[in-house]
Design a protein around this ligand. Structure first.
Ligand code: NAD
Ligand code: TYD
Length: 342
């Protein structure tokens, strides 16, 4: 039976990996529409190789604009997977407006259209950052019922969207799922985020700007394991529920920087300590046991192996990131990191 999946934000890092994963793992009966506003973080090149696949179509539009969202419903939609978001914490500290518009209002507009049209599932791609920060020196982890306590404007906007999605399930009986994943890394990630920024800087012999003392801990998962987990929730999740996604891989930022320097044969002297991020969450740690028990999903890519593959991808795809870094990114980088001697 044909199923039509509407993926929003499909030109971004995780959305493009997810679309490629879907095309690789489903047959001709799965049709995909990618609704993307093509913001600075989008890159149509991420999907250039599948552009002519008859199972795939792109619709240009803003999820916060109901007329644009309607365009994505040229045929009945079975499943919505909402990746579209402003996703970078540092940018949300500079200015939060776009975060509220896309992440909160956009989710509301998408929910409303999906509800009026009728879908089998609305999957909201959320983040562990909605749970706030854990202390450094404990074994505490985020569970699905850990209270929401976001600290950055980005996390607050994602938490707002989660609450709205949950309200549509409770109020309207609308079929929703929420996934909350830890920090992703892998190919096609915009180089403003820690791992691609440090890998591309290290490959060019530029400084790696480490915030504060580099002691903050993140829980890293390879993007392919995240995409597989989303698909497991699409196929086997229970409506109205939240599923945490992670691969039990906590590292502090200094250790990640050192691993990147080792993988790129770059010198430790590139590490440059810079002013800390305001409100910088100390530690994230996800417990994905619920998803593992509900489905046959488990993370498959170990961090050392995944990082080696990721560094190889950036080494082999220099044209991709040099082009990205020359445009809007350059302006952002100079504004944010201009004081660092490269
Ligand atoms: P990204 O910034 O790489 O891509 C975002 C995509 O959304 C871009 O293609 C952009 O053009 C599109 N977009 C932005 N505003 C839009 C709008 N108003 N209408 C339509 N499209 C719009 O993001 P990412 O890192 O791929 O993250 C995708 C999702 O996963 C986000 O919802 C994010 O909160 C969540 N998430 C990310 C991570 C991570 O580590 N990157 C971890 C957990 C969850
Ligand atoms: P980031 O990739 O922005 O993800 P998030 O803030 O959503 O977790 O940052 C990951 C960690 O790396 C976070 O603790 C902040 C830190 N960081 C730096 O030390 N330097 C940088 O230049 C960046 C972008 C991040």
């Amino acid at each position: 039976m044909t199923q039509h999946i509407l993926v929003t934000g499909g030109f971004g890092f995780i959305g493009s990996n997810y679309i490629r994963h879907l095309l690789e793992t489903t047959d001709g009966d799965t049709l995909i529409t990618n609704l993307d506003h093509v913001t600075y973080a989008a890159n149509p090149e991420n999907l250039a190789d599948i552009d002519t696949d008859p199972r795939y179509e792109f619709v240009h539009g803003d999820i916060a604009d109901s007329r644009a969202v309607e365009k994505a419903w040229s045929k009945e939609v079975d499943i919505v997977v909402n990746f579209a978001a402003e996703s970078h914490v540092d940018r949300s500290i500079e200015s939060s407006e776009a975060f509220i518009r896309t992440n909160v209002l956009g989710t509301q507009v998408l929910l409303e259209t999906a509800r009026s049209r009728g879908v089998k599932l609305f999957l909201q791609v959320s983040t562990d950052e909605v749970y706030g920060s854990l202390p450094l020196d404990t074994q505490d982890v985020f569970l699905e019922d850990t209270p929401i306590a976001p600290n950055s404007p980005y996390a607050a906007s994602k938490a707002g969207a989660d609450l709205l999605v949950q309200s549509y399930f409770e109020t309207h009986g609308f079929p929703t799922s929420i996934t909350r994943c830890s920090n992703n890394y892998g190919p096609y990630q915009y180089p403003e985020k820690l791992i691609p920024l440090f890998v591309t800087n290290a490959l060019d012999g530029h400084a790696l700007p480490l915030y504060g003392q580099g002691i903050n801990i993140r829980d890293w998962i390879h993007v392919t394991d995240h995409c597989r987990a989303i698909q497991a929730v699409v196929e086997h999740g229970t409506p109205g529920e939240v599923f945490n996604i992670g691969s039990r891989n906590e590292r502090n930022n200094l250790d990640v920087a050192r691993a990147i320097l080792a993988a790129t044969d770059a010198d430790e002297s590139l590490i440059t300590y810079v002013t800390d991020r305001p409100g910088h969450d100390l530690r994230y740690a996800i417990d994905p046991a619920k998803l593992e028990q509900h489905t046959d999903w488990k993370p498959l890519i170990d961090f050392e192996e995944g990082l080696t593959q990721t560094v190889a991808w950036y080494r082999d795809n220099r044209t991709w990131w040099e082009r990205v870094r020359s445009g809007a990114f350059r302006e952002y980088y100079d504004r944010r990191y201009g004081a660092i001697h490269e």
